[in-house]
Ligand binder design. Structure first.
Ligand SMILES: [Zn+2]
Length: 276
C-alpha cells in the first residue's frame, strides 16, 4: 500500500511520537513475528515483537494510548486465527492462547487489548484471564462485528496472514446481514467488552448507526486497508481530490456514530485539520 510500512520497534517509537505530536490519541499495534508456527508462540511470548514495541512506545510516547491487536493469524504458519486440527479451527483451544496473548500485552504495558478473531467466547475468556492476572482495569475493545470482506486484502498481504487453506468465512459475518451484527455486539458486551468495533467502516455505516443507537458503550469503526487503498489509488490517478475525499470518508464514519476511528489516514487527517 502506498505510504504504509512495516516498522521495527525503533521505527514504531518514532512513528508513535510523531502521532502524539499531531494530537492523535492512540495507536494500535499488529505484530509480525520473526518465526511463525502452528501454536502461534510469537503471540504470547513476553519478548515478542508487540510486547517489546508496547513497552518501548509507552516509554517514548507516554501520553499515547497503546492498543494491541489480539489474534493468532499473524503468528500461525497456516495463517488461521486459531489452533487448527485437520481442516478445522478449534475454538476452545484457541481461547486459551488468545487469553495468554492479551495478558502478555497488558503485562508489557498495553492500555487496551483488542481481540479481532471473532471466536465464540473470547471476550469472556480474555476478561477472566486479565482479571486473574491483576489487570481488572484493562479495557477490552472487541472487534464485535467483523464482516467477511473483500476490503481486507492489502493488510493480509502486508501481514502475510492470508490463510494457507480455506478462508475466514466460518467465523466472519455475511455482508448481507445487519441483525447478526447486533447479536454479536450484544454478546460481546455481555461477555465484558468495553468498546465494540465494526469492521470495515464505509460499506457498513448502517451497522455503525444501528449499534450506536442500540448500545451505550463507545463504538469504534475500522476503516480498513482496502478502503484506504481504493481512495489512495483514485486520488493518485486524480479521479478524486485526496484531502477532501479522505476527510469526507472520516466525517461519514463519525456521522454514522463512531466514537473512535482506526484509519491509515490518521496522521494525514490530523495534518489537514491543523491546516484548516
Ligand atoms: Zn486473525
Amino acid at each position: 500500500m502506498p505510504g504504509q510500512f512495516n516498522l521495527s520497534v525503533d521505527e514504531a517509537v518514532a512513528e508513535a511520537q510523531e502521532a502524539a505530536g499531531l494530537g492523535l490519541p492512540g495507536v494500535i499495534l499488529f505484530g509480525i513475528p520473526p518465526k511463525k508456527d502452528a501454536r502461534a508462540s510469537g503471540a504470547y511470548d513476553a519478548e515478542g515483537i508487540v510486547q517489546e514495541a508496547v513497552t518501548a512506545i509507552k516509554k517514548g510516547a507516554r501520553d499515547l494510548l497503546v492498543v494491541t491487536d489480539v489474534c493468532l493469524c499473524e503468528y500461525t504458519d497456516h495463517g488461521h486465527c486459531g489452533v487448527v486440527e485437520g481442516q478445522e479451527i478449534v475454538n476452545d483451544a484457541t481461547l486459551g492462547l488468545l487469553a495468554k496473548s492479551a495478558v502478555s500485552h497488558a503485562r508489557a504495558g498495553a492500555d487496551i487489548v483488542a481481540p479481532s478473531d471473532m471466536m465464540d467466547g473470547r471476550v469472556a475468556a480474555i476478561r477472566r484471564a486479565l482479571d486473574e492476572a491483576g489487570f481488572a482495569e484493562t479495557p477490552i475493545l472487541s472487534y464485535a462485528a467483523k464482516y467477511a470482506s473483500a476490503f481486507y486484502r492489502p493488510f493480509r498481504e502486508a501481514a502475510q496472514s492470508t490463510p494457507r487453506f480455506g478462508d475466514r468465512r466460518s467465523h466472519q459475518m455475511d455482508p448481507a446481514n445487519a441483525r447478526e451484527a447486533l447479536r454479536e455486539v450484544a454478546l460481546d458486551i455481555e461477555e465484558g467488552a468495553d468498546i465494540v468495533m465494526i469492521k470495515p467502516a464505509l460499506p457498513y455505516l448502517d451497522v455503525i448507526l444501528k449499534v450506536r443507537e442500540r448500545f451505550d458503550v463507545p463504538v469504534a469503526a475500522y476503516h480498513v486497508s482496502g478502503e484506504y487503498a481504493m481512495l489512495a489509488a483514485a486520488a493518485e490517478r486524480r479521479f478524486i481530490d485526496r484531502d477532501r475525499a479522505l476527510l469526507e470518508s472520516l466525517v461519514s464514519i463519525r456521522r454514522a456514530g463512531a466514537d473512535l476511528i482506526v484509519t491509515y489516514f490518521a496522521k494525514e487527517a490530523a495534518r489537514i485539520l491543523r491546516r484548516s
